[in-house]
Design a binder for this molecule. Structure first.
Ligand SMILES: Nc1ncnc2c1ncn2[C@@H]1O[C@H](COP(=O)(O)OP(=O)(O)OP(=O)(O)O)[C@@H](O)[C@H]1O
Length: 337
């Protein structure tokens, strides 16, 4: 359940990586906001720029090879230009991050309790005794039933699901206002996935934080998100409240994503999907509709020259005008809807 209080406002964000002395934007003009109490899902295929967007928000990239331009406004401060020292305070204290692979995010040589305590020591004025108590509280809060024993263990002694719970405990330890979860359940099996998603929903309801959930899995989106932004080739191409997007996906790319999920009750129906992949960073078309090359049966005239986002119903925005003329190409070359 989201409120209207804005937590984060991203305006015309460009994040480029330097490849042979030229910067190529992996995030190319993204504007999106996050409200308090909201779970905003960012979806799209591998390579579309989801993780780059996440690392830009939390300032975790190689500054020598990455250029960030635009605005990431949090509490009136532009995080895109914040120096590293100040960012260290924001990271963890104001914005927490949950990574995809808990094993590589944890220090293999440090006990679980010490890893959770580290952030508390850096960001709070708690005494050692208070921190030890808080570590046990946090482990309990993320559903670990024997916190005293687990706090003394090392990462390799825990299962994947337990390790992800520890990562979540670290992310929420300083009660951040924003949590960024990058594919938090991808490395886990299905039953554990469901438990972790439930845990995220519960924590969000309890703390009122806003969550940005990065995923390629529309099942995960349906389960937890309030609002969804679909990314393609570094841009957001559609944005809508979750029910609206699932009921009425408009952009050809979004429709293709939905069509790639087999339905239980449509065994005999052929899936209408669009062939091809997200172009590589150095080959991204930087002008016109980026999706046009994947739908060549839609004439150039149907695309905008400089595609912008259009609000088609309250909160539902779609890029370019091609969606109005789009149909799937049938094998016979005719129209399939
Ligand atoms: N450090 C980097 N240097 C150069 N190119 C990069 C770097 N990191 C990512 N890229 C490129 O930027 C583009 C976006 O990558 P990104 O990881 O953000 O996509 P993604 O949607 O999160 O994909 P995945 O789900 O596979 O992580 C891709 O073309 C990727 O190859």
């Amino acid at each position: 359940m989201s409120s209207t209080e804005q937590l984060l406002s991203i305006n015309n964000l460009h994040t480029g990586f330097r490849i042979k002395d030229t910067y190529f934007d992996a995030v190319d003009g993204v504007s999106i906001s996050l409200k308090k109490n909201e779970i905003l899902a960012i979806v799209g295929e591998s390579g579309c720029g989801k993780s780059t967007l996440a690392t830009s928000i939390i300032g975790l990239h190689d500054h020598n090879k990455t250029r960030v331009e635009g605005e990431i406004i949090y509490k009136g401060i532009n995080l895109a230009v914040l120096d590293e020292e100040k960012f260290n305070k924001v990271r963890g204290e104001e914005i927490g991050m949950i990574f995809q692979d808990p094993l590589s995010a944890l220090n293999p040589l440090m006990r679980i309790g010490d890893q959770i305590e580290e952030g508390l020591a850096f960001h709070t004025k708690m005494s050692k005794e208070e921190r030890d108590k808080r570590v046990l509280e946090l482990l309990t809060q993320v559903g670990i039933s024997n916190p005293t024993r687990i706090a003394k263990q090392f990462p390799h002694q825990l299962s994947g699901g337990m390790r992800q719970r520890v990562i979540i405990a670290i992310a929420i330890s300083c009660k951040p206002n924003i949590i960024i979860a990058d594919e938090p359940t991808t490395a886990l099996d299905v039953t554990i996935q469901a438990q972790i998603l439930d845990l995220l929903k519960d924590l969000q309801a309890e703390t009122g934080s806003g969550i940005i959930l990065i995923t390629h899995d529309l099942g995960v989106v349906a389960e937890v998100a309030d609002r969804v932004a679909v990314m393609y080739a570094g841009q957001i191409i559609e944005e809508a409240p979750v029910e609206e997007l699932f009921a009425n996906p408009l952009h050809p790319y979004t429709r293709s994503l939905f069509n790639s999920i087999p339905q239980m009750n449509s065994e005999n129906e052929k899936l209408q999907v669009i062939r091809g992949i997200v172009p590589s960073l150095t080959n991204l078309p930087r002008t016109g509709c980026r999706f046009s090359a994947r739908i060549p049966w839609i004439s150039e005239k149907m695309h905008e020259e400089n595609p912008s986002m259009h609000e088609v119903s309250p909160g539902h925005l779609v890029r370019c005008t091609c969606w109005q003329h789009f149909h799937f190409e049938s094998e016979e070359g005719g129209i399939a809807r």
